[in-house]
Every structure is written in structure tokens, then in C-alpha cells.
Design a protein around this ligand. Structure first.
Ligand code: FES
Length: 359
């Protein structure tokens, strides 16, 4: 099947991260520093991406500020003509460093928020003093005039803080807030029982977001990723597999989505030895779930198959053991009853202990 050119690229510069969030969606086995791509390989990848049609570059991790060459990478991406977005916890960003990033042409910062007060934020991030440093960094970003988005991941322990998170976005001068109910990929699966929101929390979150969207029209944009286990309809993950964007992992593997390595039979190629254009158009991993020929019933004959593309392939793998199955969170999946039973057990779970991740 022919594919359009990609619009966005996520460059996972490193898996190193000072935080140890229990919902981390990075792979369970992380890439070591010695295996990370060099500055020159990243810069070449940015040029290839721009030639391929990519417009937006998201610099992510782990914590991208852990890379000492971050300013050089931003400057190189801008020289290639890419819009640059830094996705960061802010740990490792000094005022001087932010000024250098601004001078290098950084277009936008997306700052993660683990909670709206030091107790919650530092407990979830597993990093004492992290909240205070984030708030300081947010003020520097605002003073420099760099457009800011707050990115908050919500779950059973902090969903009650959603209204305050929206207020904070306004106070910090953010133009956008991304409200994402925790998705269970990678490390996060180990903490599902402790983090699964209740049905009531999931419904309340939808109402709070809808009300805020109306009230704050023209002042703040709210992006919302609802709790998909509760919704009965699967999400159009990645905007469609191999249709909108691509990821490059810290070691150079080019992935259709950040969790694609959880699908065992896919063959991935590396930016170290294969041109990005060839990987995007002809790579076996990118073509595995393009179009609809790979779909099974009930997706194959479903009216919505070109709207949700059968949901998330990685979630189908994790929950059904088959990446080409209907995403089991869909009410039409034969596995949905079992998922709903598991959801009911998880949301009532008394399990509170969190398994923090470390590199
Ligand atoms: Fe990989 Fe959804 S997370 S397709």
C-alpha cells in the first residue's frame, strides 16, 4: 500500500532519565548510553527527515536534557527546516541552558507535570525536589517567550488534581495542556493495578475537560487522551500505523511507534545503515499494519475500520497476544468481556505500592 510522507518524527535521544515514573511507556529493557547515536548521526537523520517531508521534530527521551549536545541538535534540526519541540521533565535545564536553546531556535517546550504539588509530583516522579525545579524552569521558559505546553499524565492517584492542573497551565502562561489518562505500555503495565483510574474518575475527567474547553476557548487548548479501557472504543493509535509519524530510538532503530518493539515478529531497520526514506516506504515493520488487508474480524467488516484502524497494535499484542487482533478495549472484541472484568478488578485493587523504574 502506498503511504503519505510522514509529518512528525519523535527522536528519542536517550533513555537516561532522572525521574523513575511508574507509568513510563518506554521499553522494559532500556538502551545504555554507550549504544546511543552520535551527534552527527542524529543531525543526518534530521536532514533525511526534512527531505522526506517531516515538519515537526519532537525531541524526547528519557530526558533529552541528559544529552550534552542538545543545543547542537536543536540548531541542526532548525537548520534542516524542522519545527522543534522539546519534551522534557525540566530536570537538567538551567536558565543558561534554556537561553542557549532559545538562541539555537527552539520553537516549543512541552513540560511534564507528575502532580500539582510537591508531595504528589515528587512521589510519582520518584525525584525529591523535582516539582520546585519544574516550576522554576517554567518561569524561565515564560520569561524567554518560548511557547509552552504542560503535559500531565493522570491516574487513580492524581486524577483529582486535574482542575488544579488546568489552572496551573493558565498561571504558567501555557497555551496548551495535554491531559492524558495513563496508557498501559512498557513499564506501566507492571503498575496497572495501582494506577488504573476508577470508572467514576474517568467520567469526571471527561466532564472537567469538556467544561474547561468551553470556558477557556481562545485562552488555552486542551488535548485529551481518555482512559481507553473504560471507553469501549479503541483509539486511532499513532494516527494510523505508518501513516503520520515515526520514531527513532536512542540506538537508531526506526520504529512505527514508541512501543513497537513489544511486537516480537517485526523486523526493524536502523538509521545507521538504511536511508530513512527506504525505511518509511519499504520497511517491513512500517508496512506490517498499513491499510486494512491485515485486519481480522470483527474489524475487517466494521464500518469504523478506517476511523480507528482496529485500535492500538501494541495493546492488541499485550492483551490478546496477537498484534493483528482487534484491540481488546473495543466492545466488539471477543476478549472485551475479559478486559472489562480485569478493569473492574484493577480499579478496585487495594494495591498501592508503585514499582519505580531505573535505568
Ligand atoms: Fe504502538 Fe499503539 S502504542 S500502535
Amino acid at each position: 500500500m502506498s503511504a503519505p510522507p510522514p509529518i512528525a518524527m519523535l527522536a528519542e535521544l536517550t533513555h537516561r532519565c532522572p525521574l523513575s515514573c511508574p507509568y513510563c511507556s518506554n521499553p522494559v529493557a532500556l538502551t545504555q548510553k554507550s549504544q546511543e547515536l552520535t551527534t552527527d548521526v542524529w543531525l543526518d537523520a534530521f536532514h533525511q527527515a526534512a527531505e522526506l517531508g517531516v515538519l515537526q521534530l519532537h525531541l524526547s527521551g528519557g530526558e533529552p536534557a541528559a544529552r550534552r549536545d542538545l543545543t547542537e541538535l536543536v540548531a541542526g534540526a532548525r537548520a534542516a527546516g524542522l519545527y522543534t519541540n522539546l519534551i522534557t521533565s525540566a530536570i537538567g535545564l538551567t536558565e543558561q541552558r534554556l537561553r542557549a536553546l532559545d538562541d539555537a531556535g527552539l520553537d516549543h517546550v512541552q513540560l511534564s507535570l507528575q502532580g500539582t504539588d510537591p508531595q504528589m509530583a515528587d512521589m510519582i516522579g520518584g525525584y525529591d525536589g523535582g516539582f520546585k525545579r519544574k516550576m522554576q524552569a517554567a518561569r524561565w521558559i515564560s520569561d524567554l517567550g518560548i511557547p509552552l505546553t504542560l503535559n500531565t499524565v493522570l491516574h487513580r492517584k492524581n486524577l483529582h488534581q486535574l482542575p488544579r492542573a488546568i489552572e496551573m497551565a493558565l498561571e504558567l502562561g501555557a497555551r496548551r495542556i495535554e491531559v492524558a489518562i495513563v496508557q498501559f505500555h512498557g513499564w506501566a503495565l507492571q503498575n496497572r493495578a495501582a494506577l488504573m483510574p476508577t470508572k467514576e474518575q474517568a467520567e469526571t475527567a471527561g466532564r472537567v475537560v469538556a467544561e474547561a474547553r468551553e470556558r477557556l476557548k481562545g485562552r488555552l487548548v486542551l488535548d485529551y487522551v481518555p482512559a481507553d479501557y473504560h471507553s469501549g472504543t479503541p483509539k486511532r493509535c499513532m494516527g494510523g500505523w505508518g501513516m503520520v509519524g515515526l520514531n527513532i530510538a536512542p540506538d537508531g532503530l526506526v520504529l512505527p511507534c514508541h512501543a513497537a518493539q513489544t511486537i516480537p515478529d517485526l523486523q526493524f531497520q536502523s538509521i545507521r545503515d538504511t536511508p530513512l526514506r527506504d525505511i518509511w516506504y519499504d520497511g517491513p515493520a512500517f508496512n506490517a499494519y498499513r491499510g486494512d488487508a491485515w485486519m481480522q474480524e470483527p474489524c475487517r467488516s466494521c464500518d469504523l475500520k478506517h476511523r480507528d484502524f482496529a485500535g492500538c497494535r501494541c495493546q492488541a499484542m499485550a492483551l490478546a497476544g496477537d498484534a493483528s487482533a482487534t484491540d481488546p478495549v473495543c466492545h466488539k472484541s471477543p476478549l472485551n468481556a475479559a478486559i472489562q472484568a480485569r478493569l473492574a478488578a484493577d480499579e478496585q485493587a487495594v494495591e498501592n505500592a508503585l514499582v519505580y523504574r531505573k535505568l
